[in-house]
Design a protein around this ligand. Structure first.
Ligand code: C2E
Ligand code: CA
Ligand code: CA
Ligand code: CA
Length: 279
């Protein structure tokens, strides 16, 4: 409960009149924060629904602001994306997260996976493939344990460039996940164009599982679609035992959500303790 209090997030939302100045201040503060160690990476487990074990973690960035407390990414990633600062932030998150996964792997003797969000701006950075290759080499994490999560936003820039970059990342052995699946304007086009290994079903669909027949049918279809395309599927935002049960009935392979674990700093997780007794 203590950790939860400490990690509770606050909003960084100005009134309309102050918005422009506040935006400039925020970017300046964020640039400084990036260099002075105010950013943190929190980790949320991904569960294998067949046996309930943690297979890996998603890295989620937070800003430990001296005056405002823990600021969630929704309050600064969009601005960082627009200004280009996200390239620097994302590189830092990647380094932190991959070395944490390497440490957990060494500690547990199990291949702990790590998923890192890659924004459109980061994917269009010319150095991205080199940076990912270097981070893997520096940490010794096998490439197959790293998943890079992208959203439809990567196709709104240069489509051929995005597809080429993702193919180059995959050639390193890294896995690509399509994040927030189902929320975009052209999810099917996106599925057709993007080279991918994992499909993450957006929380908005998972939320209504069991209570709304239409959502349940849609999730069942997405799971089937993923299976036919040979993609692993992760259901996002599982909060209730009922949602968990329905996903089990639909033979969904993996899930993430508050029911299994909230995003927390690395020391709050015990990957060794996730081993079921007798294993
Ligand atoms: P996302 O990649 O879709 O991440 C999942 C979000 O859902 C996270 O919010 C997570 O805390 C939240 N979540 C997980 N399980 C549950 C649940 O059971 N219920 C509910 N209500 N929420 C749940 P968070 O950490 O605030 O991140 C929001 C978004 O910010 C992320 O969405 C991602 O788009 C972006 N983001 C976070 N970290 C990074 C990063 O390092 N780089 C980039 N480019 N974007 C990031
Ligand atoms: Ca994600
Ligand atoms: Ca998502
Ligand atoms: Ca999302």
């Amino acid at each position: 409960a203590k950790a939860l209090g400490k990690n509770r997030m606050v909003r960084y939302v100005p009134g309309m009149a102050e918005a422009a100045q506040c935006e400039a201040d925020l970017l300046q503060d964020l640039a400084a924060a990036t260099r002075s160690g105010q950013l943190e990476v929190h980790y949320q487990p991904t569960i294998d629904l067949a046996d309930g074990r943690t297979t890996g973690y998603e890295a989620l960035v937070r800003w430990r602001h001296p005056g405002r407390g823990l600021v969630p990414p929704a309050e600064f990633i969009p601005q960082a994306e627009a200004s280009g600062l996200v390239v620097e932030i994302g590189r830092w998150v990647l380094e932190r997260a991959v070395s944490q996964a390497a440490a957990w792997t060494a500690e547990t003797g199990r291949p702990i996976g790590i998923a890192v969000n890659l924004s459109p701006r980061q994917l269009s950075d010319d150095d991205v493939v080199t940076v990912v290759a270097r981070v893997l080499a520096d940490t010794g994490l096998p490439a197959g344990q790293l998943t890079l999560e992208v959203t439809e936003g990567v196709l709104l820039r240069d489509v051929d460039e995005a597809v080429g970059r993702l193919a180059a990342l995959r050639a390193l052995g890294v896995r690509i996940a399509i994040d927030d699946f189902g929320t975009g304007y052209s999810s099917m086009a996106y599925l057709r164009r993007l080279p991918a290994d994992v499909l993450k079903i957006d929380r908005s669909f998972v939320q209504d599982l069991g209570s709304d027949g239409r959502s349940t049918t849609l999730v069942a279809s997405m799971i089937e679609l993923a299976r036919s395309l040979g993609l692993e599927v992760v259901a996002e935002g599982v909060e209730t035992p009922q949602q968990h049960a329905v996903l089990g009935d639909l033979a969904c392979s993996h899930a993430q959500g508050y029911l299994f674990g909230r995003p927390l700093p690395a020391p709050a997780h015990d990957p060794v303790g996730d081993m079921p007794s007798g294993a």
